[in-house]
Design a protein around this ligand. Structure first.
Ligand code: NAD
Length: 418
């Protein structure tokens, strides 16, 4: 894409933009634009055929002023040091906007996991967990799943950490399977916050969600759950896409049936409820009331943004709009619920999982969803308050103003040492 941004530069641009409205010194802002530390490590594991292979892996601990570092681990060929740094920064401001007592971190391995067997992925995950062990822990840094990792990898990391440390510490990692100390409601949490935030935005904008049309780009964990829940709220999902292409039906389709089709065939493409097959780009530029980008970063650049026709965008993915696209959409008065709020359900329920692990007590799914609802509505209200107070043009800036102020306050209250 023409203006595909370096994600770390995108993060820093967003912080600079918000800094203009903050009562925080440039020296403190400078600190809040960089990670505290980044681990870069080379993991060499044995392939099933006996050969060795080396992989590069990262863990960035961006900021711990408000609590232990918190953030996922991603397995993807596009992982880079700058991407991990950026994602760890977004986690810092994400935990701050939803006001949970955690900081921000992120990790990743440069790998296409589809090319490896389960046994190879287990060896690689355990090798990474061994490297991470000195720097993680329920009071230090608490990893979680991200793209291409899930409960399976989290269980391996927990087991490796607990074996090395000779302890039981389920709160060292979140996103675990229920039997290993996971939380009810975690799998649905990201899609759920994406649609709670969208519902609040429609309400704020005096728009009717009932019958509103929705396009979802990316039909993985975040995207398909968002599609299912927004459909349950009365909206009509008309389009969806995954890496193989997109589907469209102007009258709407059943998001659960589309997911069943994807489970059977590997893609939403070919789903019987679709009227027309369209491209990924078409899904992003359809004339819909709500667009949910739920794939990867930089899905929409400035050129594509010119063609975006949605009124509201709820960012399930991290960083789906380039900064240049953001400007174009701001000029077009599109109401953008930024990733750090829209997809914060994942980290919020991760936080609930961590709380339950520490309490050695499990909450019901109903309680988890109820608490999540309160957290996201409060965060959206804080966004709106700042958006109006400063008469801002972009809800993203308002979100960063609230979040950065909270981190800066914690940093300044603690003082500097040494
Ligand atoms: P996932 O791997 O389950 O799904 C990703 C989906 O995107 C897949 O359906 C894939 O086919 C699709 N995709 C990839 N490239 C695409 C393209 N060019 N066009 C259209 N679709 C494409 O991942 P996920 O967990 O759903 O995460 C998606 C996004 O949400 C990521 O940005 C992730 O960081 C963010 N997120 C996820 C969580 C979570 O709890 N799962 C939490 C916060 C943020």
């Amino acid at each position: 894409m023409s203006d595909e941004a370096n994600p770390f530069e995108s993060l820093q641009a967003q912080i600079d933009e918000a800094a203009a409205y903050l009562d925080v010194g440039d020296d403190v802002i400078e600190r809040l634009k960089h990670p505290e530390r980044v681990l870069e490590t080379n993991l060499t594991i044995e392939r099933d055929d006996g050969d060795l292979e080396r992989f590069t892996a990262f863990r960035s601990q961006f900021n711990g002023d408000r609590g232990p570092y918190k953030g996922g681990i991603r397995y993807h060929p596009g992982v880079s040091r700058d991407e991990v740094k950026a994602l760890s920064g977004w986690m810092t401001y994400k935990t701050a906007i939803v006001d949970i007592p955690l900081g921000g971190g992120k990790g990743g391995i440069i790998i296409d996991p589809d090319e490896y067997s389960e046994a190879e992925l287990e060896r690689l995950t355990r090798a990474f967990a061994k490297e991470l062990t000195p720097m993680i822990g329920e009071d230090r840094d608490v990893p979680a799943p991200d793209v291409n990792t899930g409960q399976r990898e989290m269980n391996w990391i927990k087991d490796t950490y607990e074996t090395i440390e000779n302890t039981t510490e389920p709160g060292v990692i979140t996103g675990k399977a229920l039997d290993s100390g996971g939380s009810e409601g975690r799998v649905e949490a990201t899609g759920r916050s994406t649609v709670i935030a969208a519902r609040e935005a429609f309400d704020y904008l005096d728009k009717d969600l009932e019958g509103a049309t929705v396009a979802v780009q990316g039909y993985g964990n975040a995207g398909w759950i968002a599609a299912k829940l927004i459909d349950e709220m009365g909206a009509t999902v008309v389009a969806a896409s995954d890496s193989s292409g997109g589907i469209y039906n102007p009258d709407g389709f059943d998001p659960v049936a589309a997911k069943d089709h994807k489970n059977e065939t590997g893609s939403v493409v070919g789903f019987a409820g679709s009227e027309e097959e369209i491209t990924n780009e078409d899904v992003l530029t359809l004339d819909v009331d709500l667009l949910i980008p739920a794939a990867l970063e930089n899905a929409v650049d400035a050129d594509l943004a010119e063609d975006v026709k949605a009124d509201v965008i709820s960012e399930a993915a991290n960083g789906p709009l380039t900064p240049a696209a953001d400007e174009v959409l701001e000029d077009k008065d599109v109401f953008i619920i930024p990733d750090i709020l829209a997809n914060a359900g994942g980290v919020t329920v991760s936080y609930f999982e961590w709380v339950q692990n520490r309490q050695r007590f499990s909450w019901s799914e109903e309680r988890v969803n109820e608490e999540l609802e309160g957290v996201i509505v409060d965060a959206f209200d804080a966004l709106v308050e700042t958006y109006e107070e400063h008469d801002l043009d972009n809800p993203r800036t308002a979100t960063y103003v609230v979040a950065i102020q909270r981190v800066a306050d914690a940093f300044e209250e603690a003082g500097t040492w040494p």
